[in-house]
Ligand binder design. Structure first.
Ligand SMILES: CC(C)(COP(=O)(O)OP(=O)(O)OC[C@H]1O[C@@H](n2cnc3c(N)ncnc32)[C@H](O)[C@@H]1OP(=O)(O)O)[C@@H](O)C(=O)NCCC(=O)NCCSC(=O)C[C@H](O)C(=O)O
Ligand SMILES: [Mg+2]
Length: 286
């Protein structure tokens, strides 16, 4: 009933960093974004592209979802990035600064022209004011588009905002993108937390992202993986409650039943089924 792929922790790494590419094989994250964009200097881009494509094609990353983030559509590297990444066949090609449904369709067409295998999905980064206003059309533009990824650093820059605890300046954007993803039935990942030494701030932001409804968080350091894995997995309590709700529902003799004093209706049963599907999918990873 629920076809769910865990994406609690999705780690960016510069594809120019050989050591990080090697280390990633042992990091317990659900996904990897091999970056060719912001984390790679212009003169290192061709070598980084080769390294990312070789890594994605290697099959050495186990159950982790392996993606390549190409350079933006308005850059001189984009066309070659799409051609080479499509040939490498990662789980997804991540495109930064997608601003419209037309751009999504153009990206899908260029992936198809470059022979990207069916399994290679498109992930669109939404990180500009234009993308926020077009989020609904972007999310629904193609079946190939599987995930929206928040780019909160670019958003803060574009809004002339500031990174603050609680992210008040970003809440409208985060909510718009979430609404768009859910309306289109797509997954959505929260943005990165820049201070790799601030564990409390990072965990608070993970909790906020989970409570808002994000599927997981994009990360920049291996030290952030365990916190995201825990925050975006159903807690033991949630799993116990989900089982209890299903048992109470099975034993009902009317359309409404209670579990531990709380009213349970069909919609709560669907949520409980989803919780157990997520829990099972996470357990199946290990
Ligand atoms: C942030 C970092 C530059 C910090 O690097 P460093 O000081 O080297 O960290 P450590 O010494 O603590 O590293 C310990 C070991 O872990 C490896 N490592 C570090 N980061 C990664 C990683 N991301 N993936 C894999 N492995 C990693 C180090 O190599 C050390 O290994 P060892 O020597 O064997 O012990 C660095 O973490 C980093 O570069 N992070 C990724 C930065 C990045 O990719 N940025 C671009 C994406 S973020 C973005 O653009 C979001 C979006 O577009 C937006 O707008 O918001
Ligand atoms: Mg960005």
């Amino acid at each position: 009933m629920h076809d769910f792929r865990p994406r609690r922790s999705v780690l960016y790494m510069p594809s120019s960093n050989e050591r990080a590419l090697e280390k990633a094989k042992t990091i317990p994250c659900d996904g990897l974004i091999l970056d060719l964009e912001d984390a790679v200097a212009p003169d290192a881009k061709p070598a980084a592209r080769d390294a990312a494509c070789a890594a994605a094609a290697s099959g050495e990353y186990g159950a982790r979802e392996v993606t390549i983030r190409v350079n933006g559509m308005d850059t001189p590297w984009h066309a070659d990035d799409i051609v080479d990444a499509s040939a490498a066949g990662p789980d997804a090609i991540v495109v930064p600064k997608v601003g419209s449904a037309d751009e999504v369709r153009a990206l899908v067409a260029s992936m198809e022209k470059a022979g990207a295998p069916e399994r290679t999905r498109l992930w669109a980064m939404v990180e500009t004011p234009e993308a926020m206003f077009n989020a609904r059309e972007i999310a629904a533009a193609s079946d190939r588009l599987a995930v929206l990824v928040m780019g909160t650093n670019d958003l803060v820059k574009e809004l002339y905002a500031e990174h603050v605890p609680g992210r008040a300046p970003l809440l409208a954007s985060l909510s718009l993108a979430l609404l768009a993803a859910r309306a289109a039935g797509k997954a959505i990942l929260d943005g990165v937390y820049n201070d790799v030494k601030d564990t409390d701030g990072f965990l608070a932001e993970c909790r906020q992202g989970r409570e808002m409804g994000f599927d997981g968080k994009t990360l920049i350091h291996p030290g952030q993986v365990d916190g995201a894995n825990e925050a975006f997995a159903p807690s033991e309590r949630a799993v116990t409650d989900a089982r209890g709700i299903l048992e109470a529902w099975e034993a009902r003799d009317s359309g409404v039943v209670t579990y531990q004093g709380r009213m349970i209706e069909n919609l709560h049963v669907e949520s409980a089924q989803r919780t157990l599907a997520v829990h099972d999918a996470i357990r199946a990873l290990s």
